[in-house]
Write a new protein. Structure first.
Length: 145
């Protein structure tokens, strides 16, 4: 019995290894480095996981767009904590109401929560400093000219 478990653990670890390596692209310093590592990753895993690698090739450009933003923003953009907090708040508020008369009333509540969250986020602390983004855009425009 123990032998079968160890085989399963080893095979599960190997299949997850490709996904773990894919997560590491977000930690690269720039877009060129990420694309180089991506090409290596695709060559390594395309024979074993053709559907996964085909999907990655189709969608990776959208994923790597955050490299166009300032480096200071990267750590905030890789996290989904803000979305998870908003979803938790929506769940909490809709649980209080429990039964909505129609879909529009539920949508109104969710919209109001989203607007309230956005206003609080804009007025309170700055999760992402937009001054860095403005400076980054100015620098990019100067380099392009």
């Amino acid at each position: 019995m123990r032998l079968q478990e160890s085989r399963y653990e080893k095979s599960a670890g190997k299949s997850r290894n490709g996904y773990r390596q894919l997560d590491c692209f977000a930690k690269r310093r720039d877009l060129a480095e990420a694309k180089t590592d991506l090409a290596t990753w695709l060559a390594k895993w395309s024979a074993r996981y053709p559907r996964l690698t085909a999907w990655v090739e189709e969608t990776i450009e959208r994923t790597l767009t955050f490299f166009c933003l300032p480096r200071q923003h990267h750590k905030h953009l890789k996290s989904t904590n803000m979305l998870e907090r908003l979803n938790e708040e929506i769940r909490r508020r809709t649980y209080v109401v429990r039964i909505f008369p129609n879909a529009e009333s539920c949508l109104r509540l969710v919209r109001a929560l989203a607007v309230e969250t956005n206003e609080n986020w804009m007025e309170a602390n700055r999760y992402i400093n937009m001054d860095d983004l403005r400076e980054h855009k100015k620098l990019a425009l100067r380099q392009a000219a």
